[in-house]
Design a protein around this ligand. Structure first.
Ligand SMILES: Nc1nc2c(ncn2[C@@H]2O[C@H](COP(=O)(O)OP(=O)(O)OP(=O)(O)O)[C@@H](O)[C@H]2O)c(=O)[nH]1
Ligand SMILES: [Mg+2]
Length: 165
């Protein structure tokens, strides 16, 4: 019988939640990856197999914590350094196997250098500037807010109300 390829499972979650430790336990490989009390320990995706009868039945992928992924993506796509990434909410996304995950973070630098393959534009706006943007449906507006049912809008609305306090 031809061996079946292993089931592939990625372990994704907050930093320092015990992702690498979980995989060490599940696969009984005490030397897998690096475990520490510090956040941001796992820096790259790394796989580890769960063997059954000498063949890999499940291939797990350990991943960097979401907070690190946020900081790396913001840096790669805008050239801005951010810290204190904090999870706010998540939303299923209608493409297969996807989920939008919303974070806030504090910028440490302000200069923007966009990655033109990923972003069309990036700019800074104050809360009052954002409040004057048109609604998503208003095609006459120069700048429009995201749809009301989107996570992008929820993040913006939350941030605007915090700035007004
Ligand atoms: N009390 C307790 N501590 C745990 C458990 N699992 C992991 N830890 C501890 O939590 C800390 C983080 O564990 P890691 O496995 O490095 O967590 P991680 O999610 O891979 O972290 P990053 O790679 O930094 O995102 C370590 O000090 C672990 O010893 C658990 O089930 N209970
Ligand atoms: Mg880890």
């Amino acid at each position: 019988m031809t061996p079946q390829p292993p089931i592939r499972i990625a372990v994704v979650g907050h930093t320092n939640a015990g992702k690498t430790s979980l995989l060490r336990t599940l696969t009984r490989r005490v030397g897998f990856g690096e475990v520490s009390q510090r956040p941001g320990t796992t820096r790259h995706v790394e796989s580890v197999d769960l063997d059954v009868d000498g063949a890999a039945a499940v291939r797990f992928f350990d991943t960097p914590g979401l907070e690190d992924a946020v900081a790396r993506e913001v840096w790669e796509e805008t050239g801005i350094r951010v810290r204190d990434a904090r999870y706010v909410a998540a939303q299923p996304w209608p493409f297969p196997h996807s989920m939008m995950i919303g974070f806030t973070a504090t910028a440490e630098t302000e200069d923007i250098t966009i990655d033109a393959d990923e972003l069309e534009d990036a700019q800074w706006f104050t809360a009052s500037e954002l409040s004057s943007f048109g609604e998503w449906e208003d095609e006459t507006a120069t700048f429009r807010l995201p749809r009301k049912d989107s996570i992008a809008r929820a993040l913006l609305d939350q941030w605007i109300s915090e700035q007004r306090r």
